[in-house]
Design a binder for this molecule. Sequence first.
Ligand SMILES: [Ca+2]
Ligand SMILES: [Ca+2]
Length: 299
Amino acid sequence: MRKYLAPIILVLAFTLINCHNNPANKKTEGTINSKKETIPSEPDPKLTLAWETSSILKIPESVLHTNDGIFVSNIDGSPTEMNGQGFISLIGHDGKMKVLKWVKGLNAPKGMGIYKDKLYVADIHELVVIDIQGETILDRFTAKNSLFLNDIAIDQDGRVYVSDMKKNVIYCFADGKLEEWLKSDLLVSPNGLFSDQGNLMIGTKNNILKVNTKDKSVQIYIDNTGSIDGLEAIGDGRYIFSDWIGHIHIAGPDTKVFLLLDSTKEKINAADIQYIPSKKLVLVPTFLDNRVMAYHLDL
Ligand SMILES: [Ca+2]
Ligand SMILES: [Ca+2]
């Protein structure tokens, strides 16, 4: 009898396992499914603080990540004050200060962009060109009839786009000339700019516009965003954007506008942010709070 016992146990065990996995066993199957349904298929994106600078900065408005560190534009005064106190700082990738006043002699510097070893800075009425290696101001181009230059985006051909938030136009610097380039009824308080494969993306008072830089056609890409300061592509069609007050949102053309960060209660602003896709890092200049804070973005 004993020699038949082992096969019988095996057969019983097999039958039990089989029974458990049998799709016909609706009760078991139903229980598993209902449990699965309560778990969201994709977790919400979220920001987690990675590092922050000390409060040594002076009204930081914008940030620009490079291989050698991160440039920070410091307004140092009111955003429209021609006080000569504005400057650019250079901080390390860990948020430690390298050079507080890397380049001085600006007024109220805001958006920045780099093309061929030159740093371009929007500074109230001027586009300031800085030689990065020489750490000096090379040139200043005045935007005629400008009221409040704010952000910068540079395309692959080196054309520098500059938003004027109060005049509701976009200027373009090309072939040594800075000229008015785009006017549109859709341009309402244009601020954050992002150059995205032949398109200029513009953050306005309540939407993200997509402008074809060849024919200048303008369309609304994402609506009902709230007012936008910094505007950055994620790389999959979605954009991350700040509102200056202290909110950061993420949205795509087919997704809802999702709140990632609210630091308004702590009175920490979120000015012209930058997203670094290779590090999944969001850099946030905190304006009146005088810091740069870096967050990991889990998508
Ligand atoms: Ca801005
Ligand atoms: Ca920007």
